[in-house]
Design a protein. Structure first.
Length: 585
């Protein structure tokens, strides 16, 4: 047994992660870092462990933070170990060389091949700013591991530079050991990791107060922000959405502009820059003549500014000043809103706040009447909820993906989740007056069955897999295969019901059906049609393009439906029992 820290204690209580052993700790770390609500769905596509994995246990792409993670996991059962084996950290160099530098994809295992293709496609499209190499383990960090990780990241960077002309993707490494896990876990309990008392070099300021908050606004020397970054590093940005690490990665054109302004026009920096917003635990002192003292510090807006200034020679910043406001509140909900509304990672649009529109408000009320489910209605689950696990949470993102896939748009479900929430037209297509909680359960439970099938096949002993199992698993290893199968199964719903469906949004299992019960209803249907997926849907993923080739998708889904229709007599009992549970509005 290893020493049980708060983070490891929370991990040990997560029964939902144990089916993914030996990568369960890796998924726990991923969830803490990126704020993932539905980790089983991520596991279904991100885990690459298995035959031909070439030392890569997971490859995950977080579209929102434009970060890719290549990871290796190790869990020790011995309390005598003082550090994790460094050779497994070195293995990440091997993983990176196969993923980034390999020109013979046939030599990669099926899981890794699809993941590597996805990564290369994202880099080529300019959708990735950072590749991170993670060594996740449950032991103390060590210099030996960090040295090996540094070598691996340098090799990965060289490969990126050689394969992508004008490459701007950075490479970093993180030893996610006991200390790092605890830091990330602590961040789920409080958004402010820097808890020191800090003197702010300011002579003039003004105070503002409001409903549940107090703030003080002033100007500080740019060199003070540099000092804060040197002292606290990335802990300074603990309250940023999705753990933005601007000192190592961000939108390069924005940072370049900030750096150029600081270097060339330091005396105008204050006028050109939007400034910084920081959360504090308390504003301790602000009496005239005594300066300002705050307790705790977390930058929520201005991370890019701070990260860019950290890279400018201190001597060039003598005349540069920065507008800053310090916000104090003990209301946790208000603090969460301050973080969300102030975070400037993306332009602010009404579509970023769907949780406030009438559709999501109505859906939350409808879900409250359905047993065994919690739906937050476009609100992300709280950090503590993700760390401890909300057993009956139906994640809003998963609901959106399930709706899009069910309603014949698997490409959007897989490639453009953000677009569902941000684009008004796309949002209205799936969340409208026609969308009800019971129908979301109907779509989500189909997605859930398919995801569980994929995870179960991947976890099964290879010796016990049938030929059909092996073919199905080969299909499931294609990136986007879950979304395509969801669309194909949904497209055949009239075959199962043996009647026309005028409006697919009208069908459900009834308002009293929980997701768990709905999953049981869908499972026999999925079992009956799953064997058709490899041959009928597999060609979509040949010759590149995947789900983006709309004509190929529609053709394969149509063929899948024809095959399902041809088996209606053989599956009559399964389809009839399913139909008995389906109701229409």
């Amino acid at each position: 047994m290893t020493v049980i820290t708060d983070a490891l204690q929370a991990y040990e209580a997560r029964d939902d992660l144990q089916p993914f052993s030996p990568n369960s700790l890796l998924l726990f770390a991923l969830q803490l870092r990126f704020g993932i609500d539905d980790i089983p769905s991520v596991a279904a596509t991100a885990i690459t462990d298995g035959g031909g994995d070439h030392k890569c246990d997971l490859l995950y792409i977080d579209a929102e933070s434009r970060t890719a993670v290549i990871a290796q996991c190790y869990e020790s059962t011995s309390a005598r170990r003082s550090e994790a084996p460094a050779n497994k950290a070195a293995d990440l160099g091997t993983a990176a060389s196969w993923i980034i530098g390999n020109q013979v994809p046939e030599l990669l295992g099926e899981n890794l091949r699809e993941a590597a293709f996805d990564l290369h496609e994202s880099i080529a499209a300019g959708d990735i700013d950072m590749v991170e190499l993670w060594y996740v383990h449950n032991l103390p960090g060590s210099d030996n591991c960090k040295r090996e990780l540094a070598r691996a990241s340098a090799a990965a960077k060289a490969l990126l530079d050689s394969h992508y002309e004008g490459n701007t993707v950075s490479v970093a490494y993180i030893e996610v050991g006991r200390e790092q896990l605890d830091e990330w876990y602590t961040g789920t309990q409080s958004p402010i990791l820097v808890t020191d008392s800090i003197d702010v070099p300011a002579n003039d300021w003004f105070l503002e107060t409001g409903d549940g908050w107090t703030a003080i606004c002033t100007s500080v020397p740019a060199t003070w922000l540099q000092e804060m970054h040197r002292t606290y590093g990335d802990k300074l940005f603990s309250a940023n959405v999705r753990s933005i690490l601007p000192s190592r990665r961000t939108a390069l054109n924005i940072n370049h502009g900030i750096e150029r302004t600081a270097k060339e026009s330091p005396g105008r920096f204050w006028a050109f820059n939007n400034g910084v917003t920081a959360l504090v635990n308390a504003i301790v002192d602000y009496e005239p003549g005594s300066g300002i003292r705050v307790s705790g510090l977390a930058i929520v807006n201005g991370a890019q500014t701070t990260g860019a200034l950290a890279r400018v020679d201190e001597r060039a910043l003598v005349d540069a000043r920065v507008l800053i406001r310090f916000v104090q509140s003990i209301d946790h909900d208000l603090v969460d809103q301050v973080i969300r509304y102030n975070n400037s990672q993306n332009p602010i649009k009404p579509s970023d706040f769907r949780s406030r529109d009438r559709v999501q408000q109505r859906l939350r009320q409808e879900f409250a009447r359905i047993p065994g489910v919690t739906y937050l209605g476009a609100r992300r689950g709280g950090p503590e909820d993700r760390a401890r696990h909300h057993a009956d949470l139906l994640a809003s993102d998963t609901a959106a993906q399930a709706l899009a896939a069910f309603h014949q748009d698997p490409a959007t479900a897989y490639h453009d989740l953000r677009g569902i929430w941000e684009d008004d037209g796309t949002y209205a297509r799936y969340f409208s007056d026609h969308t009800h909680a019971d129908h979301i359960v109907f779509c989500y439970s189909l997605w859930r069955v398919i995801t569980e099938k994929k995870n179960a096949l991947g976890a099964a002993d290879e010796a016990h897999r049938t030929d059909d199992d092996r073919l199905a698993l080969e299909y499931f290893r294609k990136r986007g295969s879950l979304h395509l199968l969801t669309a194909a199964v949904a497209n055949s719903v009239e075959v199962y019901l043996d009647r026309p469906v005028a409006n697919p949004f009208d069908i459900s299992f009834g308002s009293g059906t929980s997701p768990a019960s709905a999953t049981e209803i869908w499972e026999p249907v999925v079992d009956a049609v799953l064997p058709f997926a490899p041959e009928q849907l597999g060609p979509v993923f040949s010759n590149g393009g995947g789900l983006r080739r709309r004509e190929s998708v529609e053709r394969s889904v149509s063929t899948f439906r024809s095959v399902v229709r041809s088996t209606r007599r053989a599956n009559s009992q399964v389809f009839a029992e399913f139909a008995e549970n389906v109701v229409s509005r």
